[in-house]
Design a binder for this molecule. Structure first.
Ligand SMILES: *Cc1c(COP(=O)(O)O)cnc(C)c1O
Length: 421
């Protein structure tokens, strides 16, 4: 192959020419491989397994598989799946690429934001102690392991940090925060969509005064797109975003962004290294490439366009419902997490005799199946979203083109069917 003359190469036909310089190095390019083999017909395993997909009028909820990947991300994953690579080389290269694009010192693709919380916390424990990697999380007695957090920032992801054998030290006021630092403090944790009196700026300033790194969990907090660098530039030493929510990468990915030394320490605590707290949170080549491609895709999007598209869908659905007695609609944008327009529908249950929970059930049972936002009929499903027994929340963000009309018609049918005569 290497000694093949240009003329001979040309005689070998379009195949070899297509493979280009890769063919000269002896390894056919992926495109050439693809065109050489006929692609097998894909089996629809959802159908084969009897699992029915749905129209996602909920949003990026984990149990609902969060989001779907745009075509160009899926295509990149498919290509990456075809050839073996060295995972450390891929982690190095993807980390450097992402850090540059996301304007921070260093970056790591993790197995989700929750995994980033684990290995990021492990990194802070690692920096504060000698040789702790093997000891995390069970042999912590000789290790510094205190993490300071605002009381209103304790949340459903505490366990990710606790996987590293840490102890939470809760504070409520800036004064308490100032006094909470001890010899054993390794990290100050901030939940970006949490409620508390201490600002992000104060959180960072005080932590740094004590030489302690601070972590911001912003998992669900794009858009705006600029959040991808806002918090690292504000001084947070570590920031995580979920890869499978707004970024629309593979669901089992996350971004850990931040300071070079901490990202290096996080990597030491992570797969592919055995005997680490992160070894079970493996990220595969397909996922690493998928998240890089998703970041490339996401940086080409536009906040105003995302917002306008969501409003247009919400308006279209609202218009279909405005003739139903007592129904009121409103567009609602949560302040921080899931910061996109949602459609809120309320009605008088004396006239429209159905609970939100029943509407949700009927939408789920219909054809096609439709999943409404889990705030529907009950408690808020994510930070800042309203809910209630007679409230329907339509998450329009993840709808595919045309699905807004399907949701609108079915909602009208269900609500109209419940009108008291
Ligand atoms: C979704 C979420 C996570 C977990 O993200 P994954 O990528 O699914 O691991 C962590 N923290 C917050 C605040 C989240 O919303």
């Amino acid at each position: 192959m290497q000694t093949m003359s240009r003329r001979k190469l040309l005689r070998n036909g379009a195949q070899a020419v297509l493979a280009g310089s890769a063919a000269l190095s002896g390894i056919p390019s992926l495109e050439a491989q693809g065109s050489a083999k006929s692609t097998p017909k894909a089996v629809d395993y959802y159908q084969k397994l009897g699992v029915t997909p749905f129209i996602n009028a909920a949003g990026t909820y984990t149990v609902l598989s969060a989001s779907t990947m745009p075509d160009e991300v899926r295509a990149a994953v498919e290509l990456a799946a075809r050839q073996p690579v060295n995972l450390n080389e891929l982690l190095d290269a993807s980390g450097a690429y992402l850090a540059k694009r996301l304007r921070c010192e260093a970056a790591l693709v993790t197995a989700g934001a929750a995994a980033a919380l684990v290995v990021g916390t492990a990194a802070c424990v690692t920096m504060g102690n000698e040789q702790p990697i093997l000891d995390i999380p069970t042999d912590m007695s000789r290790l510094k392991n205190e993490v300071i957090v605002q009381k209103g920032h304790r949340y459903g992801y505490d366990h990710a940090l606790r996987n590293c054998g840490i102890l939470f030290v809760e504070v409520e006021t800036l004064e308490q925060y100032e006094q909470a630092f001890t010899e054993r403090t390794v990290m100050a944790h901030f939940f970006n969509a949490g409620t508390g009196t201490i600002s992000r700026e104060d959180w960072v300033r005080v932590a740094h005064k004590h030489g302690v790194p601070c972590f911001n969990d912003a998992a669900a907090d794009v858009p705006p797109i600029s959040n991808l660098w806002n918090y690292t530039q504000m001084g947070f030493d570590l920031v995580t975003f979920s890869g499978g929510k707004g970024l629309r990468g593979p669901q089992c990915t996350g971004l850990l962004l931040g300071k070079k030394d901490l990202i290096e320490a996080a990597r030491k605590n992570n797969s592919p290294n055995s005997n680490t707290v992160g070894r079970g949170m493996k990220v595969a080549k397909e996922e690493i490439v998928g998240l890089v491609a998703a970041v490339d895709w996401f940086l080409k999007q536009d906040d105003a366009a995302i917002e306008a598209q969501c409003r247009q869908r919400a308006d279209r659905i609202a218009k279909h419902l405005n003739a139903i007695p007592t129904v009121q609609t409103q567009i609602f944008v949560p302040e921080v997490a899931n910061h996109v327009p949602h459609l809120l529908i309320t009605y008088d249950q004396n006239r429209v005799r159905i609970t939100g929970a029943e509407v949700m059930q009927k939408m789920r049972a219909g054809k096609p199946r439709i999943e409404l936002n889990p705030s529907t009929g009950g408690a808020p499903a994510s930070a800042g979203l309203p809910g209630g027994p007679n409230t329907i929340v339509v998450g329009v963000w993840m709808l595919q083109p045309g699905e807004d009309l399907v949701v609108a018609k079915r909602l009208r049918e269900v609500l109209q069917g419940a009108i008291a005569s």
